[in-house]
Every structure is written in C-alpha cells, then in structure tokens.
Design a protein around this ligand. Structure first.
Ligand code: PLP
Length: 391
C-alpha cells in the first residue's frame, strides 16, 4: 500500500472545472449549453502579443531564463505598476510565475503550518482555503457580505486576527462576487494592521484593471507601512485574455522574494521563455484591447444585472469589478448548488453554486458574463422559463 502524506487528503480543487467538464459533456451530446460558469475572458489574446511569442520562438528563445523571469519583463512590470498605480516597485522584487495561482500557492506555503491561522475571503477563490488546509493551518473565513456590497469590512476582518494569525488574504475586485472594497475601508484595514505587525498580507489583484463606473482600483502596494509584509498577486490571465499562457507576477518583500525564487528553482525552474516575451509585448504594447474588453464587459454587466433582477425570486446587486455577478437566489426556495445543477441539466445554463466559494456563498450563484450578450440574453430567458415552471 502506498503511504502518501496526510495533507494530500486535505487538498481541494475548483468545482468550476467540474462544471465546465459537465457542460462540455452535455454539449458534446448535442445539448444547447450556454456557459456562464467560466472564469476566463471569452476573447482571444490580442494579435501583437501572440506575434511576440512567435517571434521569440523564431529568434531562438528556447532555453531556461532566470528563475525570477527575464529582466526586461520584471522591469516592464515595475514600469506598468508605476504608470497605472503611481507606486514604485523594485524590479528585483518582482517574480514572474506560471499563473497567478502560483503566487498564492507559494505565499500560503510560506505561512501555513499546524497551529497557524490564515484569514481568507468567504465567499472567495476556492484555492485559498484548499491550500490553507493542505498546509495544516487553520482556515479562518472572513465573511464577505451582500449587505456590505461584497466588500471587505475592515472591522470584521481585524476582529478575526489572533496571536496565531500569520497571513491575511485580500481580493478586490473579487471573484466570485464582483465586489470592490472601497479605498476608505482599505485605509481602515491597513491602519488596524499596524497593531498586528506579525501578520503578512497577500493581496490578490488579478482583476485590478476590471472596475466599472469610473471606480479606481486601490492597490495595497500604495501603503508604505505594510510593504515589508505585503505580497502582491497579479498577472496577465484576465487583463490580456491569457489564461492558457500561464503568466503571472508577484511583488514580494526581499526575504520572501528569495524564498519564492528558491521555490521556483525547486519546482518549475522558470516560466516558458516565449510566454515571457508575450507578456512583455502585452505590457509595452498598445492597451486599447484591454480598454475594449473592459468596455464590453461593462455593457454585458448591465444586461446580466437587469436580466437576473427580472427573474422570479432572484435579486442581483450591480457588481463593481471583475466579470461576475453574484445574485441572491434565496427567494426561489432553492439551495444554491441544487439550483446551479438543475439550471445546467434542465435549462442548459452553466453557473456555479455559491457554496463552491465557501460557506457564506449559500443562497447565491455565480454568473460569469464572459460570454456574448446574445448568449447571456438566451441564458436569462432559459433560466426564467425554468424558474417559472418550477414556481
Ligand atoms: N485569483 C483569483 C481571484 C482568480 O479568480 C483567479 C482565476 O480564476 C486566479 C487568482 C488565478 O489566475 P491564473 O489563471 O493566472 O492562475
């Protein structure tokens, strides 16, 4: 009998992948399935980015790169952060990683162990909790509440910190709710963290360029007082429609950067060289494609919110960021996961049940608007017919 370590029995996964697999199976069997379960932009990577990767391959960039990523790319990340967010970042503290997920993996490994506590948003990206449990640390959910417009509450978050707390995970704009935590609340949170100098912060800002209604993204990098314990998670996946390229970056305090670099050396060596050149072209090239994509998401956001609010038993706040709506389904009389499953099987619409994002996700489903307006309208119609027939 093989004897693997017990922590592997605790590792979780993302149900979104299972939903995607089921949706694909149903579609392959001839069913008309509209996928609003997806967590990736439905756009192609802009051509100039693809061309840069092709050129890098033709130019012979076929070997290893430094584990931290090629210097021009780390410099471009620092320049991009400076341009967008007016914050100085030392390129030596940037780490190029194979997808944003790898940053959370490393950060949680650095702080999680039995006896430690890690705070994470609930509902939130499911991998946070999975990884925390993997390390043996205690996952402490920070409730993200609809009545608070799905923003972090500084007061509630700070109240959960104990002497065992090692790491606080933040995410704004957020998956799965589309919530954006306002600047004033982040100010309060950071002010409160001064009383807890041993707590590190990982700020997942992968949707940082996807905010609406003129709302500005507030980065945690903007607070000098916590820079020596802040890990910034960002990347190319969502901003440039590059989920399959596996390109992310992080910014670390110096000592942690060295730990992270060693984790890279011990596992994947470096990120795919050609993909790094694509990432460079993305940052240095025209940004119109990003603006166009966000404008298109914004238009669909209105269609989704208006459509969902017209359905029996469903009410939906207007999300302020990312490309997800998180409607409240409590008045339908359904539990969230059975509803998501019935919507897929009977109405042909894939969504994700809120409990897949944590215990505070009960009563909600995640509806992604990374699909065409036409498909969104058709999906809302099917959902309406289904809910009316079952009422
Ligand atoms: N963080 C959040 C909040 C996400 O929603 C995702 C992807 O869905 C990631 C990180 C991971 O991004 P990547 O595909 O770059 O690993």
């Amino acid at each position: 009998m093989l004897k693997t370590v017990a922590s592997f029995d605790r590792i979780g996964e993302e149900n979104a992948f299972a939903v995607l697999a089921r949706a694909t199976t149903l579609a392959a069997a001839g069913r008309d399935i509209i996928n609003l379960g997806i967590g990736q932009p439905d756009f192609r990577t802009p051509d100039h980015i693809v061309e840069a990767a092709v050129k890098a391959l033709r130019d012979g960039h076929h070997g290893y790169t430094p584990a931290t990523g090629i210097l021009p790319l780390r410099e471009a990340v620092a320049a991009d952060i400076h341009k967008r967010l007016s914050v100085e970042v030392d390129p030596d503290l940037v780490l190029i990683v194979p997808g944003g997920k790898v940053t959370m993996f490393m950060a949680i490994l650095m702080f999680g162990e039995p006896g430690a506590e890690i705070l994470y948003p609930d509902p939130g990206f499911p991998i946070y909790r999975s990884m925390i449990e993997f390390t043996g640390a205690r996952p402490v959910p920070v409730p993200i509440r609809e009545e608070n417009d799905f923003a972090f509450s500084a007061e509630e978050t700070l109240a959960l910190i104990t002497p065992r707390t090692r790491l606080l995970i933040l995410n704004s704009p957020a998956n799965p709710t589309g919530g954006v935590t306002p600047k004033e609340e982040i100010d309060k949170l950071v002010a409160g963290l001064a009383r807890h100098p041993d707590v590190a912060v990982m700020s997942d800002e992968i949707y940082g360029q996807m905010t609406y209604d003129g709302l500005e993204h507030r980065t945690l990098l903007a607070y000098p007082d916590i820079r020596d314990r802040l890990i910034l998670l960002d990347g190319w996946s969502k901003t440039y429609a590059m989920t399959g390229w596996r390109m992310g970056y992080s910014v670390w305090p110096r000592k942690l950067h060295d730990y992270a670099r060693k984790l890279a050396v011990n596992s994947y060596s470096c990120v795919n060289a050609a993909a790094q050149f694509a990432g460079l072209a993305a940052l240095e090239g025209p940004q119109d494609a990003v603006a166009d994509m966000v404008a298109e998401f914004d238009r669909r956001r209105s269609v989704v919110v208006e459509g969902l609010n017209g359905l029996p038993g469903i009410s939906c706040r207007t999300p302020k960021g990312a490309f997800y709506a998180f409607p409240n389904i409590k008045e339908t009389g359904w539990q969230a996961k059975p509803l998501a499953s019935a919507l897929l099987e009977d109405a042909g619409v894939a969504t994700i049940g809120g409990p897949d994002f944590g215990v505070h996700g009960e009563g909600y489903i995640r509806v992604s608007y990374a699909n065409s307006t036409e498909n969104i309208r058709r999906a809302i119609n099917s959902m309406g017919e289904f809910l009316t027939a079952k009422a």
